[in-house]
Design a protein around this ligand. Structure first.
Ligand code: GZL
Length: 359
C-alpha cells in the first residue's frame, strides 16, 4: 500500500511540474509585445516647472518632440505649475516608478538637496535643464544644460549703453525700471545682476526692481503700478517677452508711446527670449527695442547627454548654449563684453519669413 502511495505522489508531482512549465511557456507566448517594447525603451521622468511663458511652451514642446517612443523613449511629463512642492512630489513619483533618468527644470535655485539625495540614493541620474540648482554637493546631479543668464543681462545692458552713447543721451538721463522674473530663479538672478552692475558702472538711474514672475498679466500689473509711482521712466527692462507684452499694454493704456526715441518722450522696452513670431513682430514694429535671445530648444541637447551616459560617456557638468541679441534699430551693430564681440542681429521683414522660432 505504501509503495502505491509513493508512485501516485510521484506522478502527481511530475504532472504539476509539467503543467507549471506549460503555463510558463504559454505566458511567454502570450506576452504583450507592447509590454516587451516598453521594457526596452528608456524611461525619462521630466519635471517641468510650469507653463508661464512662450519660452516655457517651446521648451516643453522641444522635450516632448524629442523623447518619443519612435526615438526609443517613454516620457513621463509632470507640470509643476510654478510650485516647487509639485516638482518635488513629481521627482518622488519618478523614483517610485524607477525611471531610468530624471530631468528637472527647477522653478528656483534653492530647496532641492533632500529630494536630489533621494534620487541619488535610488541610483537614478538627474539632469538639470534651463535654470540651475544651488546645492552644496554637485554630485547630486549628473549634468546641467542652459543659458548664461548674467551674460544675457550684460548684453542687454551693454546694448543700452552703446545706444545711449551713440545718441548723446547722458547716463543720468536714463531712468530705468526692472520688471524681474520669478524671484530666486537663475534667469532673474543673472539678468537682474547684469542690469544692476551696468547701472552702477554707467551712472544710470535704476529706479525699481519688481518681480513680474515671467507672465504677461503680472508684467502689466507691475508696469501699471510703476507708472503710478514714477513720471520719468524712459527705459523698461523686462526679464522676458511675456512681461514685455504686458508692460507695453500698460504703457499704451496710459497714453504713452513705446519706442527707442527716449529724448522724444518714448519709453524704450528691452526684453529677453525672442522665441516666437510675436516677439519678433513687436521688435520689427519698434515696440520692443532690443531682445537678448534665450534659447529654449533643449530637448536634443538633453537626449545627447542621455545617449552619452547610456554608452558609458561623461557629459560636461555644465553646458551653456550660444545665444544672440536682436534689434530692428541699426544704431548698435556689435557689443564687446569681457573681451568677446557679440554681433547684433538686425531684424528685417525677412526675419518673419522663417519658422516660428527666430533661430
Ligand atoms: C530662461 C527661462 C525663463 C525665460 C522665461 O531660461 O527659465 O523662464 O526667460 C521663462 O520666459 O518663463
Amino acid at each position: 500500500m505504501y509503495f502505491k502511495r509513493v508512485i501516485a505522489t510521484a506522478i502527481i508531482l511530475m504532472l504539476g511540474i509539467w503543467f507549471a512549465g506549460c503555463t510558463d511557456s504559454a505566458a511567454h507566448e502570450n506576452e504583450n509585445p507592447d509590454v516587451e517594447a516598453a521594457s526596452e525603451r528608456i524611461t525619462v521622468g521630466f519635471s517641468q516647472l510650469g507653463a508661464e511663458s512662450d519660452w516655457r511652451s517651446e521648451n516643453t514642446e522641444s522635450m516632448k518632440a524629442t523623447f518619443t517612443e519612435e526615438n526609443g523613449y517613454t516620457l513621463i511629463f509632470e507640470d509643476g505649475q510654478q510650485k516647487q512642492a509639485n516638482q518635488i512630489r513629481a521627482i518622488r513619483m519618478f523614483i517610485q516608478q524607477e525611471v531610468d533618468y530624471i530631468v528637472l527644470a527647477p522653478v528656483m535655485e534653492t530647496g532641492w538637496e533632500t529630494v536630489l539625495q533621494e534620487a541619488k540614493d535610488a541610483g537614478i541620474p538627474v539632469i538639470i535643464v534651463d535654470r540651475k540648482v544651488d546645492v552644496s554637493d554637485d554630485s547630486l546631479f549628473t549634468c546641467w544644460i542652459g543659458s548664461d543668464f548674467e551674460l544675457e543681462g550684460k548684453k542687454a545692458a551693454e546694448w543700452l549703453n552703446r545706444y545711449a552713447t551713440a545718441k548723446g543721451i547722458a547716463p543720468t538721463d536714463i531712468h530705468v525700471v526692472n520688471i524681474q522674473g520669478t524671484k530666486g530663479s537663475s534667469p532673474q538672478i543673472g539678468r537682474t545682476k547684469g542690469l544692476a552692475d551696468a547701472a552702477r558702472a554707467n551712472g544710470w538711474d535704476l529706479m525699481a526692481e519688481v518681480p513680474g514672475d515671467f507672465t504677461q498679466a503680472k508684467g502689466k500689473e507691475v508696469m501699471e503700478s510703476l507708472l503710478r509711482q514714477y513720471a520719468d521712466i524712459n527705459v523698461v527692462y523686462c526679464e522676458n517677452d511675456n512681461e514685455a507684452f504686458g508692460a507695453i499694454e500698460a504703457i499704451e493704456a496710459a497714453g504713452k508711446k513705446v519706442g527707442s526715441d527716449i529724448t522724444g518722450g518714448e519709453i524704450m522696452v528691452i526684453s529677453f527670449d525672442g522665441v516666437n513670431r510675436e516677439a519678433i513682430r513687436y521688435t520689427l514694429e519698434g515696440k520692443i527695442t532690443c531682445i537678448a535671445e534665450c534659447n529654449p530648444l533643449h530637448g536634443p541637447r538633453v537626449k545627447a547627454m542621455i545617449e552619452a551616459l547610456e554608452t558609458g560617456g561623461t557629459p560636461e557638468k555644465f553646458s551653456y548654449v550660444d545665444e544672440g541679441i536682436f534689434s530692428a534699430d541699426q544704431t548698435v551693430d556689435v557689443l564687446n563684453i569681457d573681451g568677446t564681440d557679440y554681433e547684433v542681429t538686425i531684424l528685417t521683414e525677412e526675419s518673419m519669413s522663417g519658422d516660428d522660432k527666430n533661430r
